[in-house]
Ligand binder design. Structure first.
Ligand code: GRF
Length: 211
C-alpha cells in the first residue's frame, strides 16, 4: 500500500484485515514522505513500512523503480493507493496493470486532480463523493469500480465535506478491496469485471445519511 499522508484509509483497511472481514495481508506500507503519519499508524498494526523520499533519488524513474522494488520484495500482488499524492510514470502503471487501485475524493469524471472538496462547493453541487478505480496512464481517468455518494449540506466547508467523504471512503475501500481479494474483481483491457460480468457503470453507494 502506498500513502503520503494521515493514513485514515490505511487504518480502515488494516482494521478490516484485523477483524477478518477483509481477507488479505498488507505486506508493506510505503510512503514518499518519511514523516507521513500513516507510516506510524501502519507500524502500530505491525505492518512493515518503508519511507522512500523523492530527494533520495536522482530521477522520478529511479524513485519509482525503488518503490516497485520494495513492493515486489514484499511479495505484494496488489498495489493499493490510499492517499498517495504522486503521479506515476507510464512504466510503473504498466508494470502493475490490473493490480493498481486508487481512491480519489470526487465522483469522477468530475474533479480529477487536487482540491476536490473546494471545487464541489464552488460548483454548488448537491452531491459529492469518492471514487475507486483501476489506475491507467490517464490521471484519475482509469476504469471506475465503485463510488460512494454523500450529500453536500448547507454551511459545509471543504473540511466538513472532506470529513464526510473520508467516512464514505472508510466504508467503501475495504469493501471493494474485498471483492479483489475474493477474486471477484478483475480488469481485462479497459473493462472492469465483477463476478465475471463487465461493469457498464461503477457500483454506486448512497451515503445519504452520512453525518
Ligand atoms: C483520501 O481522501 C483519498 O481520496 C485521497 O487522499 C485522502 C487520503 O486520506 N486520495 P488518508 O491519508 O487515508 O487519511
Amino acid at each position: 500500500m502506498l500513502i503520503s499522508g494521515t493514513g485514515s484509509n490505511l487504518v480502515a483497511i488494516a482494521r478490516a484485515v484485523a477483524t477478518g472481514e477483509l481477507p488479505l495481508k498488507i505486506t508493506l506500507v510505503a510512503s514518499d514522505r518519511a514523516q507521513a503519519q500513516g507510516l506510524a499508524r501502519a507500524a502500530e498494526f505491525g505492518i512493515a513500512t518503508a519511507a522512500c523520499p523523492t530527494r533520495d533519488y536522482a530521477t522520478r524513474a529511479a524513485h519509482e523503480a525503488a518503490i516497485a522494488a520494495a513492493i515486489d520484495a514484499s511479495g505484494a500482488e496488489l498495489v493499493i493507493l490510499a492517499g498517495y499524492m504522486r503521479i506515476f510514470e507510464p512504466a510503473f502503471v504498466a508494470r502493475y496493470a490490473g493490480r493498481l487501485i486508487n481512491l480519489h475524493p470526487s465522483l469522477l469524471p468530475q474533479f480529477p486532480g487536487l482540491h476536490t472538496h473546494e471545487r464541489a462547493l464552488a460548483a454548488g453541487d448537491a452531491v459529492h463523493g469518492t471514487s475507486i478505480h483501476f489506475v491507467t496512464a490517464q490521471l484519475d481517468g482509469g476504469p471506475l469500480i465503485a463510488q460512494g455518494r454523500v450529500p453536500v449540506r448547507p454551511g459545509d466547508t471543504a473540511d466538513t465535506l472532506g470529513a464526510r467523504v473520508r467516512l464514505a471512503e472508510h466504508q467503501l475501500y475495504p469493501k471493494v478491496l474485498g471483492w479483489y481479494a475474493h477474486g471477484w474483481l478483475r480488469l481485462v483491457g479497459d473493462t472492469v469485471y465483477l463476478h465475471g460480468l463487465p461493469l457498464a457503470a461503477p457500483v454506486v453507494y448512497d451515503l445519504a445519511h452520512a453525518p
